[in-house]
Design a protein around this ligand. Structure first.
Ligand code: G6P
Ligand code: MN
Length: 447
């Protein structure tokens, strides 16, 4: 089996390769093709992978290329994990928004829209090339904003593109462990959009254990989302939100916190990652060690502002060690390749499951996966509150897709203005103008 990784020079690629090295089963991935536009990054990550493979018999063979069609030809699975505009782009996404008084974040709010506007045309181009060159391949989309990117690729790939994120499974795992349930045996009644969902039930042995978790202040205080949102709010909601909902429920406080830092997340990562790639080019024999050190620092500072707002303390060691998106990706590939039925929370078409959304809306929802792909299973309906937020943000995603497809300024303006975290049409217009001025890819939206 061949896996092609688009964005193969990306920093998290060794996590995927590590997961592949642990997969000894028949029909496993034996060949990995790394594709990236940047040769130097490919060389650095290639060096890390070779060191990971040292001493492992039958480690998947790694090749590198900067030619997209060559990378896609013969692929059984394609992971798309690209960052259009790089971390430089991320810093602009954040900074423009913060300077105009709204949240500046990678995927949520104004930053996510700007990121979507420059990423969607590239993602659509990739979908077209996959459809032409590797029509049988399954595309696993990690590229953020993952929900809207997946939705934009579906017209070219149908249900052969599936979006993934590590946040829902992480939430499920943490909630299960907090009440002593084996995470792999539970059913998670989770629904929403990517980075905008809620865990509304956690069934184990035929019993919904979420009420008992909500009743236990100690249980709630024992994991990340419990600490972020607090006992009173979680009991009032009757559900546990995805960590990214912290930006909505505590919008003022998170905005102030993000505005108050010396460096935004993007600026921090730009510095950290540039140093990693430069250092690895100088000392390739130490690539793996440098990568491990850099990764530990990246993980420990994840969502630090939100944790400070909530006084939630340090990240849990178990969360930093536990497999994130690479485990979701590997489970998904195995289920498809081996026709081994698995239940995973994925970004797929709604197909009538959530009645507030149409069939083609990409939602984040538990799915049954086998050789035929991923099918959403029935979950509780969204409450009025959940549906309100989900439908608003879906409208934002779709306006962004429309804007990116045709360069329509009107659609782009709607996307910013409709976002629940952007409180005025005037601000939306200023955001659009500032992004269009500062991001070359957004030049078509200049007034
Ligand atoms: C989580 C999210 C990803 C996001 C990442 C950001 O894993 O699910 O969608 O890209 O965090 O982490 P970073 O270290 O880049 O801030
Ligand atoms: Mn994610």
């Amino acid at each position: 089996m061949r896996l092609t990784i688009l964005g193969g020079g990306g920093f998290r690629v060794p996590l995927v390769y590590q997961a592949l090295l642990g997969d000894r089963g028949e029909g496993r991935i034996t060949s990995v093709v790394l594709y990236d536009a940047d040769r130097a990054r490919l060389a650095s990550i290639g060096a890390v992978l070779r060191q990971q493979a040292a001493g492992v018999t039958d480690a998947p063979v790694v090749t590198e290329t900067t030619d997209l069609d060559e990378a896609l030809r013969g692929a059984d699975f394609v992971f798309s994990a690209i960052r259009v505009g790089g971390l430089e782009g991320r810093t602009v996404d954040e900074r423009v928004a913060l300077d105009l008084g709204v949240l500046g974040q990678e995927t949520v709010g104004a930053g996510g829209i700007a990121y979507g506007l420059r990423t969607l045309p590239v993602a659509v181009g990739i979908a077209q090339r996959v459809a032409a060159v590797a029509p049988e391949a399954w595309v696993i989309n990690f590229t953020n904003p993952a929900g809207m990117v997946t939705e934009a690729m579906i017209p070219y790939l149908g249900d052969r593109v599936i979006g993934i994120c590590d946040s829902p499974s992480g939430l499920g795992r943490r909630a299960a462990l907090a009440i002593g349930v084996d995470p792999s045996t539970a059913f998670y009644d989770y629904a929403g959009l990517n980075h905008l969902g809620w865990l509304r039930g956690l069934r184990s042995g035929g019993v919904d254990r979420l009420p008992s978790l909500l009743a236990s202040a100690e249980g709630l205080a024992s994991f990340e989302e419990g600490r972020l949102f607090g006992v009173e709010w979680l009991r009032s909601l009757g559900a546990i939100p995805n960590e990214y909902l912290h930006y909505y429920y505590f919008a003022r406080e998170t905005l102030a916190a993000v505005q108050g830092v010396r460096q935004t997340r993007g600026t921090f990562l730009l510095e950290q990652q540039s140093a990693f790639y430069a250092e690895t080019a100088r000392r390739p024999e130490q690539a793996l060690e440098l990568w491990q050190k850099t990764r530990a620092e990246r993980e420990s500072t994840y969502m630090v502002e939100s944790r400070e707002v909530a006084d939630a303390g340090e990240r849990d060691e178990r969360d930093m060690a536990a497999g994130g998106y690479e485990q979701v990706a590997l489970s998904l590939m195995r289920a498809i390749a081996h026709n081994e039925r698995a239940s995973l929370i994925l970004n797929v078409r709604n197909r009538g499951v959530l009645r507030h959304l149409d069939d083609d809306a990409v939602v984040e929802i538990p799915c049954t996966v086998d050789a035929n792909g991923a099918l959403p299973v029935s979950v509780s309906q969204l409450t009025d509150h959940q549906a309100g937020l989900v439908c608003s943000v879906k409208a934002v995603e779709r306006s962004t897709i429309e804007a990116a497809a045709g360069g329509s300024r009107a659609a782009a303006l709607r996307a910013f203005a409709w976002h629940p975290l952007i409180d005025s049409v005037t601000a939306a217009g200023k955001l659009l103008d500032a992004y269009a001025t500062q991001l070359p890819a957004l030049a078509p939206f200049r007034p």
